[in-house]
Design a protein around this ligand. Structure first.
Ligand code: TXA
Ligand code: MG
Length: 333
């Protein structure tokens, strides 16, 4: 084990079952400052003790993240969240409506908070989430401290929605993974900042804008489905979630040699000639499409096609997060 808390390359990553023993072992490894990939309902996270700057630094090196973006601190319950951050009325209403679940709240960091500066990237705010996955919450409860966890992929790659995806990127670079099966939501959490004034949407995700605005009784500030690289949310860089193939959006026809990402009954011309094709949801269900999005991008990438052509996907509801991720995958790199 090196000083960064990761393990030397070539050493196997422990596969832990999502049972009492596996979760207890995961908590023990986290307490030793090591990295443990954990299932959440959105995507798999690369977990580290959020109070330990050395463990958090190991997350950045395992991911080969070029910069220290602020990370989400995952907590087991609302009491733990309130120890770390200051919740105004809007934040409390959103926490009560959507936690546990795919919503991250960026709130002012509490003076007595334990999330280290590195996990907050030196910001006076902290990003908090109670994950919907029961396995993740049992790990958090066992561990007893917040767990910093970005998506468990190498920097710039597609987020992992299964243990196999995590191992494809990080085997031998992290101490362990808890295998909780496929992630049911499939896109990352929605990130909303409650820092005084109107709550702001920093990243569309697993909770829809419409559902959040209904709880708030007002509109969210922030970008409407357009990729931005605003300083507020450093993780929102335009080029992100990138497969190796280039990505072409709003395809009405498929060129020879392209792979096709389809949705609903939409059959673009030339699809018979595609190197590979996957329909995210033949019935046109956006939740089903979100759940399968990242796995589909990985599989189409593995087909060897130079380009993945994507048909138009509706922008309502979860379509906002799906289109956001696809626009990032298509952004120039
Ligand atoms: O679903 C998810 O959110 C997954 C699972 C593992 O929980 N995690 C995830 O983490 O997607 P990550 O690190 O890939 O994305 C965290 C997002 C980034 O967009 C980051 O900029 C934003 O949260 N963020 C974190 N702390 C922030 C802060 N203090 N202010 C503004 N944005 C913040
Ligand atoms: Mg990520």
């Amino acid at each position: 084990m090196n000083h960064l808390g990761s393990i030397p390359g070539g050493m196997a990553t422990l596969r832990l079952a999502a049972d009492g023993d596996g979760i207890a072992e995961g908590a023990r490894l986290l307490a030793a400052g090591l990295l443990v990939a954990l299932p959440t309902e959105t995507v798999y996270g690369l977990g580290a003790d959020a109070t330990d700057a050395r463990a958090v630094a190991a997350v950045f090196s395992a991911k080969e993240r070029p910069r220290f973006n602020p990370l989400i601190a995952h907590v087991a319950n609302l009491d733990a969240a309130k120890r770390e951050g200051l919740f105004d009325r809007a934040a409390l209403a959103l926490a009560e409506a959507f936690w546990p679940g795919p919503l991250t709240l960026v709130v002012p960091a509490s003076e007595h908070g334990t999330v280290c500066e590195l996990a907050r990237a030196g910001l006076p705010s902290v990003a908090l989430r109670i994950p919907g996955s029961e396995i993740a919450r049992r790990l958090l409860a066992d561990f007893g401290r917040p767990v910093a966890a970005p998506s468990a992929n190498r920097s710039g790659r597609v987020s992992p929605t299964s243990a196999a995806h995590v191992l494809a990127d990080l085997d031998g670079r992290i101490a362990a993974i808890i295998d909780g099966g496929p992630a049911p939501v499939g896109v990352e959490s929605t990130v909303v900042a409650c820092l005084g004034g109107r709550p702001r949407l920093l990243r569309p995700g697993g909770v829809t804008r419409e559902a959040i605005e209904q709880v708030l009784g007002s509109h969210l500030a922030g970008p409407k489905g357009v990729p931005t690289a605003g300083p507020l949310s450093p993780g929102m860089l335009a080029s992100h979630y990138a497969p190796r193939a280039s990505v072409r959006l709003d395809a009405v026809s498929i060129a020879p040699g392209e792979a096709a990402l389809l949705f609903g009954k939409n059959r673009p011309s030339g699809v018979e000639e595609a190197v590979a094709d996957i329909d995210l949801s033949p019935s046109g269900d956006l939740a089903e499409a979100a759940a399968g999005l990242f796995a589909a991008l990985r599989r189409l990438d593995a087909s060897g096609a130079a380009t993945i052509a994507v048909v138009p996907i509706p922008r309502s509801g979860l379509g906002e997060a799906i289109n956001d991720r696809l626009e990032r995958a298509a952004a120039p790199r």
